[in-house]
Each structure stands twice: as C-alpha cells, then as structure tokens.
Design a protein around this ligand. Structure first.
Ligand code: CMC
Length: 437
C-alpha cells in the first residue's frame, strides 16, 4: 500500500438473500464522504455477477483525488471547493495539488513551474509525424495520435513501477500537451508551428503558440488569459468519468502512460462527454436565430427524435453543475471585455439558457446548462476555432488522467480491470460444414 493510501471503514453489513442459497453477508464500505458502497466481491466467488450498464451504481476504485456530490452541486479537488480554486489559484497550482495532494508553497511552486517550463518543447522529429496526417484532419484525431506517440520518444523513463519515472512522465505531459494541442491547430490551418516561450505563463504561452505567427507576435489580453486559466482549472479532473475510467482501465493492464492518455483522449472525444463543447457550439450556430429555438426545444423533448440539447444535463449533477456557475460569470466577463453583443450564437445561447431554466421538461429532469455550455461560448468569443474545443478540454484534463494513473500504479489494490457480461447470444451448437476438409 502507498504510504498515503487508506482503506474504507466497515461498520455494518448488508445481507443478500438468494433463493436456495445461504444468505450472503456483504460489507458496507464507508469513505471519507459520499454514499456508502456495498462490497460485492464475494458474489463473484459465489458464481454471481452484478449488472449495471453505464456503471450508474458502481464504484470502480477508491480515490483520494476528487469528490463530487451531484445532489448538492459540490466538486472538490483534494478537499478544496472548485470555486475557491478557480478564483484563488491558477492552473499550474491545481496541477501540483492534483499530482501531489497539497497546494504548493512558494518554493515548491517555483520549482514545479521551472520543471514544467523546461519540458515544453517536443522532439523535432514530432514535426514530421504531423506531416503524415491529412492537412484538414480534425485536431482531436491528430492529438490522439501524437499523444500516444510520445511513448516512442521517452523509453528511458517508462518504468511504470518507478515513482521518479511516473513523476517525470506527469511533468512531461503537463508541459507538452499545450505544445501538441497548438501544433495540431497550426497544422490544420497550414501555418508554421510556433515554439513555446518560457517567459510567459502556462496559459499565455498556449495562447502565443496558438495565435502568434512568425510575422506577428500575439499580445495576450489578461482577461482572456484568466478566463482560459479558469477553463483549464474547471476541466482538470472529474473523478471516474468515461475518459478517466478509460485511462484507468488501460493503465490496469500495465500499458505505458502515454498510451493510456491516448485512450483517455479518444474517450473524451465523444459528444456525450468532452465533445459536447464542440457539439454545443455547432448546435447554437445551426439554430442560428431566436425564432428557430422553439422547434429545437420541441425536438429535444420528442422521444422519437435522438436530438439532445448539447451543453445541458449531466450524469452526476442533478441540481447544478458547480463548474457552470464559475464559467457563467467568466463568460460574461469575457463578453464584456470583448464588447460582444451581436453574435447570433451567443444570442441563441442566452435565450436557450432562459427557456431551459423555466421549462418544466428541463426542470423535472434536472437538465441545467453544464460546464461545456459556457466554455464553448467563451472559447468562441476568444477566437478559438470550434474544432479545438475538445482539444482544450483534453489538454486541461491530462493532469487529472495522469494523477489517477499515478494513484492507481501506487496502489496495493491495483488489479486488471475486466468486467463480465450477461450473455444473450446462441446456446452451444455444432458447426455444419459446407464442404469437407
Ligand atoms: N436534452 C434533452 N433531453 C435530455 C438531455 C438533453 N441534453 N439530457 C438528458 N435528457 C433527458 C433524457 O431524454 C431523459 O428523458 P426521459 O426521462 O423522459 O427518458 C432524461 O433527461 C434523463 O436522461 P439520461 O440519458 O438518462 O441521463 P444520463 O445521465 O444518462 O445523461 C448526459 C447524461 C450528459 C449524457 C445527457 O444529459 C446528455 O446527453 N447531455 C448532452 C451532452 C452533454 O452536454 N454532455 C456534457 C456533459 S458535461 C462534460 C463532461 O463532464 O463530460
């Protein structure tokens, strides 16, 4: 067990009665906070599986990183409320917190920042890797590939059992993801890559690599810099969501961390998860004008139409998404700063938000604007192209993924992830050959 790792407390037991069997006693596990968990490990030994599609009632691991109370709208990283982190720290401090468990003091932070800044360059050979992609490739397709390819460049620090190698990998990932993300964008528009600048902050450097050209420097607006920093903080971790669970599942096989991060990026891409910010902005643009909103609301309510309002609803948050509250405020700050009042997508968003918050369909189902509703609007206002939205989510979530991977590799309870199934196919049958062999 790692020195920090604690086991959940057992104070009581549940008893499961199965016809024709002796009652089975199952321990009830209690963590620091949150719902109690019935430990069902004994059931497998007795020949039973549990069935939980979508894992809505299943805890796959213990973790010390992030806590969510979906009913109360609470999100904590290492115990700190997300709104405090978003207003009182910056993204690199949050990276340190997720990785190491505590916020850094000044010296620790200076050392951490120095290390991150001195790993921002990627190997020059990476540039040729980019050339292999179609020039109009979606930046997420490129990011999946190049993030996984990092494993081919760092053989010397790929011992997953060595804590120093694990930390080195985390620093490399935090440092190189903005570089790779910006390169994916520059490649997609046919511009030369812009190298990182160590005199800029983490976020300002990312904006510089995105928007500067060899012909023109990019002047960073501090309001935009702060808004993007908040977007990064709010997306940094979210407990056992689909992409983090993908990273953990891949990691449970002993796969190298860069390959695991590539699995996380692939999983994040879907529109029900991180792809929602891009899908949401495209939806707002498709709606286009206020008079078309009622027909889209009607489609969202129609059971026979697969259409959903992107940026609304959440699997875990059933009152409000605490990240969305911070994002909403930041969104207004950015729009004011940039004097944006006449953007049709933004007008549609404002009206959609008003209708959804007062319509009984959305109220009864607890469908509130989520973090991606507002982050898409901000990114659009900043001038980040829609195809880059999920890339930015991936960049910010990398710290969460690698922190989970490190926590998992250091755990005494690490086991290969291998769910079972209820088989509904054919019973055993014999092959009737169609010719003699
Ligand atoms: N628009 C219209 N109806 C919806 C929506 C929506 N966005 N989301 C859920 N519903 C309805 C759904 O049809 C169902 O209605 P009924 O009870 O009448 O059958 C009810 O609400 C419950 O939906 P569910 O599918 O059982 O809920 P879920 O927990 O499985 O889905 C979700 C969560 C996020 C996949 C879903 O709300 C959704 O597809 N939202 C749009 C995509 C989106 O914005 N995703 C980003 C989530 S935040 C970023 C992140 O953390 O990844």
């Amino acid at each position: 067990m790692s020195f920090e790792e604690k086991e959940p407390i057992i104070e009581k037991y549940a008893t499961l009665s199965i016809p024709g069997k002796d009652p089975i006693k199952l321990p009830i596990l209690k963590g620091t906070m949150g719902p109690e968990c019935i430990d069902i490990r004994e059931l497998g030994k007795q020949g039973y599986f549990t069935y939980d599609p979508g894992f809505t009632s299943t805890a796959s691991t213990t973790s010390r990183l992030t806590f969510i109370d979906g009913k109360k709208g609470v999100l904590l990283y290492r115990g700190y409320p997300i709104d405090q982190l978003a207003t009182k720290t910056d993204y690199l401090q949050v990276c340190y917190l997720l990785l190491k468990g505590e916020l850094p003091n000044k010296e620790q932070f200076a050392d951490f920042t120095f290390k991150v800044k001195h790993h921002t360059l990627v190997h020059n050979q990476m540039e040729s890797l980019f050339q292999a992609f179609r020039r109009d490739s979606h930046p997420m397709a490129v990011l999946c590939g190049v993030a996984g390819a990092l494993s081919a460049f760092y053989h010397e620090t790929l011992d997953i059992y060595d804590p120093a190698h694990r930390e080195n990998t985390a620093i490399r990932l935090i440092a190189k993801m903005p570089t790779l993300a910006a390169m994916s964008y520059k490649y997609s528009i046919g511009h030369p890559f812009i190298y990182p600048r160590n005199d800029l902050s983490y976020v300002a450097n990312f904006l510089h690599m995105m928007f500067a050209t060899p012909c023109e420097e990019y002047k960073v607006n501090p309001v935009i810099e702060r808004a993007l920093d908040r977007i990064f903080i709010l997306h940094a971790d979210h407990e056992q969501n689909a992409s983090t669970s993908s990273v953990r599942l891949a990691g449970s096989t002993g796969a190298n961390p860069y390959a695991c991060i590539a699995a996380g990026i692939a999983s994040l891409w879907g529109p029900a998860h991180g792809g929602a910010n891009e899908a949401c902005l495209r939806m707002l643009q498709e709606i286009g004008s206020l008079d078309k909103i009622p027909q889209y609301i009607a489609r969202a309510k129609d059971k026979n139409d697969p259409f959903r309002l992107f940026g609304f609803g959440h699997r875990v948050y059933k009152t409000f998404d605490p990240r969305a509250l911070v994002m909403r405020e930041t969104c207004h700050e950015v729009l004011n700063e940039l004097h944006i009042t006449d953007n049709p997508a933004l007008q549609v968003a404002t009206e959609l938000e008003r209708i959804a918050l007062s319509d009984s369909y959305f109220i009864e189902r607890n469908l509130y604007p989520n973090v991606d509703f507002y982050s898409g609007i901000i990114l659009n206002a900043i001038g980040i192209p829609t195809s880059m939205f999920t890339v930015i989510f991936a960049l910010a979530r990398t710290i969460g993924w690698i922190s989970h991977w490190i926590e998992m590799q250091g755990s005494a309870n690490l086991r290969l992830g291998r769910p079972r199934q209820i088989y509904m196919g054919k019973e055993v049958r014999n092959v009737k050959p169609i010719y003699r062999r």
